[in-house]
Design a protein. Structure first.
Length: 409
């Protein structure tokens, strides 16, 4: 749960235009329907079908089947400009659609109907906000100029849908000038927006390692190469990489989350298996941990006469916000939330996001929209089986996105 200091601020709904306030019941209904039918990455068929049906109903141009289940909607503004621009601007809005392999424990009418699958991170809300933004813009074409692309992305939780969507050309024809996206965030109270320049979320890397020793009797260790002892030393030694090899001004984490070995108390295990994750903000550290972790594992194994097999993967780069776009989003968000408390600039997290791939291609800003409300018991952390959020945030998200579209140039 978030701390008791994370109470929602006073929400001034007058900051949300009346047409979006009127849309709030629909936003809630869409979100709850999506919540009842969660789907894992690249399996979002029902979700994509629902999104496509709405876009079709509203007469919004869109493409389906991108990177399997992804959708891109294109909306062209009709606001007349005083001066003729050399090129019409193109702003992209990104929303992820996938759920997690979690059994929901919430006792609510809209709880998941799919056993073992749950929207435990707010992606149902992201999709509802993107739909609400698309609907509002389609009904108010004269309020903005240029083109808006709304990207409904699969598989953020894994194995990653952003990169294949980019490879499929979603940032082209017309070429996107900038991109924005939001994450409903239960680490911030309702009525706040977390937006900052530079690194917002961490790079994500993972490793799987098998220690190959020599098993034997627990009473005769001299006849064995104890994979458990080797693994234990490796786990401890890996913690020194951040503590003694990374600049203390930098932030990084090496975590061993799994360690499996042995089948009996009096048998020295032949093999031990461990898995872990690495997180960091500085892009210059890419490649460093893979090299240093293998050096540590190789050295300890050699000292014991053991061997090893290591599989190391780079998943997502860090989420790096463009300074200009971060300031632009902040300037729009301050019109929606009460300042100065409503804007939270120091909101970094070691969590990862494949929005990072979009931000490597075009300038953009990913930001957090506070959604926790302790008074309603809506403050469980992300990926928890009782995760839920205050749906008041849905209309706030639409308002911020719409303001971004209207004022982007």
């Amino acid at each position: 749960m978030v701390s008791t200091s994370s109470k929602p601020l006073n929400i001034d709904l007058s900051r949300i235009r009346s047409d979006i306030q009127a849309l709030q019941p629909q936003l809630v209904a869409w979100r709850r329907k999506l919540h009842q039918r969660p789907e894992l990455g690249f399996q979002e068929h029902l979700t994509a079908e629902f999104v496509a049906e709405k876009l079709q109903e509203w007469g919004i141009e869109h493409q389906t089947g991108i990177a399997k289940t992804g959708i891109v909607a294109t909306i062209r503004g009709q606001r007349s400009e005083v001066r003729q621009k050399e090129k019409e601007t193109v702003l992209a809005i990104r929303a992820d659609m996938d759920a997690l392999p979690i059994q929901e424990e919430n006792d609510v009418p809209y709880r998941s109907q799919h056993d073992g699958v749950m929207h435990a991170c707010g992606h149902d809300g992201h999709t509802a906000i993107a739909l609400g933004t698309a609907y509002y813009l389609s009904q108010h074409l004269d309020t903005f100029s240029g083109t808006v692309k709304i990207i409904f992305q699969p598989a953020e939780e894994g194995p990653g849908g952003a990169k294949p969507m980019i490879e499929a050309g979603v940032l082209k024809n017309p070429d996107v000038d900038a991109i924005v996206g939001l994450h409903l965030w239960n680490n911030l109270p309702l009525g706040t927006v977390g937006v900052r320049s530079g690194a917002l979320m961490a790079a994500v890397e993972k490793f799987h390692c098998t220690i190959l020793g020599k098993g034997g009797h627990g009473a005769m260790p001299h006849q064995t190469i104890d994979s458990v002892v080797v693994a234990a030393q490796i786990v401890n030694a890996l913690q020194t990489i951040v503590a003694r090899n990374v600049d203390p001004i930098e932030s990084a984490v090496v975590t061993v989350g799994e360690l499996h070995a042995g089948t009996a108390l009096n048998v020295i295990a032949d093999t031990a298996r461990m898995s872990g994750t690495v997180r960091y903000f500085n892009p210059k550290l890419e490649g460093y941990f893979a090299q240093r972790i293998e050096q540590v594992i190789a050295g300890i194994c050699q000292s014991h006469g053991a061997k090893y097999e290591l599989n190391y993967s780079h998943l997502y780069p860090p989420v790096i916000n463009d300074p200009g776009m971060a300031e632009f989003v902040r300037s729009q968000a301050v019109r929606v939330v009460e300042t100065p408390l409503g804007i939270v600039p120091e909101c970094q997290t070691m969590g990862g996001e494949d929005m990072s791939f979009f931000l490597q291609q075009v300038p953009g800003c990913y930001f957090f929209l506070g959604a926790a409300n302790l008074s309603k018991n809506l403050a469980y952390p992300h990926h928890h089986p009782r995760f839920d959020f205050d749906e008041t945030a849905l209309g706030m998200g639409v308002e911020i996105f719409v303001r971004c579209v209207e004022n982007f140039s």
